[in-house]
Design a binder for this molecule. Structure first.
Ligand code: GDD
Ligand code: MN
Length: 393
């Protein structure tokens, strides 16, 4: 296995994720569908002649009816001048104003697109325009969105991809797995019908992964992938910074909330709870190591994890309520947990003092388990108890 592919690809015929190559008889379909190609550009002047030349060939050799929208963020590198003199009326450079960014540029381009099929791709020739007809044919074959994909059989990336870039891409792709079954959901090369955009409440222009945003927000489940070879850029430099990669995590969180609603709050609440267990144990051991009495140390662990759980739940699990008073929220949270905390403390102390040989960590976990069960039971039978005429489950 090379470092370039995420897995040993199965042979092209047997990879169910890969969309079939178009039958020759269907080739005319591409020529019947007018396409708007949307390309975000920032300082890509050197790449424009190659990009426009290859799309022009597509237009003439494959008979595609298309417009090219270059969504430029005031590059000031001669891009505008080059387009003005290139002599193609189907190429339009739109100089954007307002906040610069790949996703907002693509979203503006999608709104301006005149044609029913939209293809989004990069300007740096990483994405081969020659694959556009196959992608459009796959749309006609019934897919809702088609990705030019590195990770289906027949797809590949250039040799220059080092281990860390591969690992980075691997982890980022795995994190998106609950959101879509696509193998290359991070791709900036994809085709879909403009009308699908009406299915999204709102498209958020953060981050680099506008394809993933469209898939999740428009609830597209029938996503096909056409294999491509992803070439490293020949000119200019990548604009993908570490900051953009951190923004991706933020983007993922929002997409999880959009797709899974309450379940994503519960999942975050449980992850915060798990982090609280770690905090609790660390504080407990630190206090004991400093010579603090064990009973006080159990209480210290509980108190510090209460605060860390509160802050993390406020920041993540229930971030929608961050506008409200932090003091009131803390009193409510501590009140809701208070009796459970006393149970937790008492069980920890009992286990430790009266069951000889119980290590601190086991006594602490026993207390956490008892407190959790107690919280569940009081919530189930006191806070959320059945009304007088119970609803049958
Ligand atoms: N208008 C505008 N404004 N365009 C931008 C901006 C911006 O702020 N930042 C980047 N672009 C354009 C670039 O000019 C290029 O055409 C395209 O967006 C992609 O930018 P690159 O800098 O080449 O990104 P990359 O190669 O690291 O990332 C690409 O590959 C990733 C997969 O490896 C993108 O396609 C990503 O979407 C994709 O996930
Ligand atoms: Mn690139």
């Amino acid at each position: 296995m090379t470092a370039l592919t995420m897995h040993d690809p199965p042979s092209a015929e047997h990879d169910p994720a890969s969309v079939d190559a178009p039958a020759d008889g269907l080739a005319h379909v591409a020529s019947l569908t007018p396409i708007s190609i949307v390309v975000p550009t920032y300082r890509e002047c050197e790449n424009l002649p190659g990009l426009v030349g290859r799309i022009d060939a597509l237009k003439h050799e494959r008979g595609l009816d298309l417009e090219l929208l270059l969504m430029d963020d005031q590059s000031g590198d001669g891009s505008r001048e080059w387009v003005e003199q290139c002599g193609h009326d189907w190429v339009r450079l739109v100089e954007r104003e307002g906040p610069r960014g790949l996703s907002p540029a693509v979203l503006d381009g999608m709104r301006l697109a005149k044609h029913p099929v939209i293809v989004v791709m990069d300007a740096d020739l990483s994405h081969p325009p020659e694959k556009v007809p196959d992608m459009v044919l796959a749309l006609h074959a019934g897919q809702e969105l088609v990705i030019g994909s590195r990770y289906v059989a027949g797809g590949s990336t250039d040799d220059e991809w080092g281990f860390f870039r591969w690992l980075n891409s691997f982890i980022a792709t795995k994190l998106a797995a609950p959101l879509t079954s696509a193998r290359d959901p991070m791709a900036g090369f994809f085709a879909f019908r403009k009308r699908e955009l009406e299915r999204a409440d709102y498209l958020n222009p953060i981050g680099y992964k506008i394809g993933l945003e469209v898939i999740v927000k428009c609830r597209l489940t029938n996503v096909g992938e056409v294999p491509i070879h992803f070439t490293d850029r020949a000119h200019g430099e990548s604009k993908l910074t570490l900051r953009e990669q951190l923004r991706y995590l933020q983007h993922l969180r929002r997409l999880y909330i959009y797709k899974f609603g309450t379940w994503s709050h519960l999942a975050q609440f449980m992850m915060v709870g798990a982090s609280g267990v770690v905090v609790n144990l660390l504080v407990l051991y630190a206090l004991v190591w400093m010579g603090v009495n064990e009973r006080v140390a159990f209480a210290g662990g509980i108190a510090v994890s209460l605060v860390s759980n509160f802050l993390l739940n406020r920041r993540f699990s229930f971030s929608y309520a961050r506008g409200q008073s932090i003091g009131k929220q803390f009193i409510g949270f501590a009140g809701a947990c208070s009796v459970g905390m006393v149970v937790q403390w008492a069980v920890s102390v009992l286990l430790h003092d009266f069951v000889s040989g119980t290590p601190l960590w086991l006594a602490s976990l026993g207390g956490i388990a008892a407190g959790t069960v107690f919280n569940f039971l009081t919530s189930r039978y006191l806070v959320f108890r059945n009304a007088k005429s119970p609803v049958k489950p």
